[in-house]
Design a protein around this ligand. Structure first.
Ligand code: GLA
Length: 432
């Protein structure tokens, strides 16, 4: 098919398809099996960790009992390897009975009873990425209806074992089929990954009409290198990617791996900070039954979550790459606030970074900043105030910056051009 024909076909489909069911006005939050538990189907040798209904029930228990749900972590998402290799007599997909003896509808009920939502995985090709049955074009309607009948709330639709034409037809058709079920389901499309992630191969305007979120780039792995490669790709291509995001339509740099084996505490903070700046889905893939306190504290950081979930839904950008190997990221937020992340890519020692808000393109005015990971408040800031702080190697300093009317106290501070650091909560109201 020539490029013109493709454009015409997309225009035609977009006239008939729009997935605007009001879901995901802010990025989705929850838990997904893949990065941590992969395709472990060895339930005899590894019953606690294999892809089975018990694993998803365990994670639902943890989300609802350990304070996650209240913070917004609500989706429990099944990934690959849940299916039986055979469809039933009516041609419907079914779960592997030995690992999901109660069926998906019963699991959905268990999850809903705890105030949570269920996500599931399918693939537009002949097979999923791990070789399980796919949802070929002729199966899209029946699979969408089956998922709705089970009470599924979210579909991750992958693209292994499919070609470009099947993807171009299949992703919009699934959007339409999900709409037609009448059940509001969030729709995550892996389409961009399979066509290089960038325009002109990816039409992000169209994608925003048919999907709530989409995977743009390769899979995350349990390492800092992997996190950095993702951040670099998203930042290098931010002119194409950043405008695509907004309420109901999100770029997805993949799961949070905090709490696993590959990140130091500083690196875990960095992933949380950068995912908040990127307005990324906060979908953890870790073992919530065995999480150390530092991982829990980072993932449950209310300010990082509030920044991620800001109602304006504007994705942030990389502002600066300094010669010192410090990078500065920025995201505009509601109520004239903003978030800044200072990331050190150094590998030597904590680095003393000097700057001012003016150097980071802030307008003249008075500001305060709340340090997201220490809880300190930085008062007495205006655009020209020089500040200095230390950033650990592969770590971040993250600020929530908000305008502040000059008071007597801050005027005095400005005269002496001294900054004060207090351990307090910010006085500026943020939407939690
Ligand atoms: C692809 C996806 C992953 C995961 C696996 C499952 O690689 O990108 O997120 O779903 O397939 O096989």
């Amino acid at each position: 098919m020539g490029p013109l024909a493709v454009t015409q076909l997309l225009a035609l489909i977009s006239l008939t398809v729009a997935l605007d069911n009001g879901l995901l006005k802010t990025p989705p939050m929850g838990w997904m099996a893949w990065e941590r538990f992969r395709c472990d189907i060895a339930c005899i040798d590894d019953p606690k960790n294999c892809i089975s209904e018990g694993l998803f029930r365990d994670m639902a228990d943890r989300l609802s009992e350990d304070g996650w749900k209240e913070l917004g972590y609500e989706y429990v998402i099944i990934d690959d390897c849940w299916m039986s290799r055979l469809r039933d007599k009516q041609g419907r997909m079914q779960p592997e009975p030995s690992r999901f003896p109660g069926g998906i509808a019963q699991l959905a009920k268990y999850i809903h009873d705890r105030g949570l939502k269920l996500g599931i995985y399918a693939d537009i090709g002949t097979h999923t990425c791990m070789g399980y049955p796919g949802t070929t074009l002729d199966k899209i309607d029946i699979d969408a209806q089956t998922f709705a009948s089970w009470g599924v709330d979210y579909l991750k639709f992958d693209g292994c074992s499919s070609n470009a034409v099947e993807q171009m037809l299949g992703y919009p058709l699934m959007s339409k089929a999900l709409n037609a079920t009448g059940r509001p389901m969030a729709y995550s499309c892996s389409w961009p990954v399979y066509v290089g992630g960038l325009p002109p191969n990816v039409n992000y305007t169209f994608l925003g009409d048919i999907c709530h979120l989409w995977r743009n780039y390769y899979d995350i792995q349990d390492s800092w290198d992997s996190v950095l490669s993702i951040v670099d790709w998203f930042s290098n291509n931010q002119d194409d990617l950043q405008p695509a995001a907004g309420p109901g339509q999100w770029n997805d740099p993949d799961m949070l791996i905090i709490g696993n084996f590959g990140l130091s505490v500083d690196q875990a903070r960095s992933q949380m900070a950068l995912w908040a700046i990127m307005a990324a889905p906060l979908i953890m893939s870790n073992d919530l039954r065995n999480l150390d306190n530092s991982a829990r504290t980072i993932l449950q950081n209310k300010m990082a979550i509030a920044i991620n979930q800001d109602p304006m839904g504007i994705q942030g950008r990389r502002l600066l790459q300094e010669k010192s190997h410090v990078e500065v990221y920025w995201r505009p937020l509601s109520q004239s606030a903003s978030a800044l992340v200072f990331l050190s890519r150094r590998t030597d020692m904590p680095y003393l970074y000097h700057s001012s808000l003016g150097k980071l393109s802030y307008d003249a005015g008075n500001y305060e900043a709340y340090d997201v990971f220490t809880g300190a408040t930085v008062t007495g800031l205006n655009a020209t105030t020089e500040f200095t702080f230390s950033i650990n190697p592969s770590g971040v300093v993250m600020w929530y910056v908000y305008p502040k009317k000059a008071s007597k106290q801050t005027k005095v501070l400005r005269k002496t051009s001294k900054l004060t650091w207090q351990k307090t909560v910010p006085r500026h109201r943020i939407v939690l």
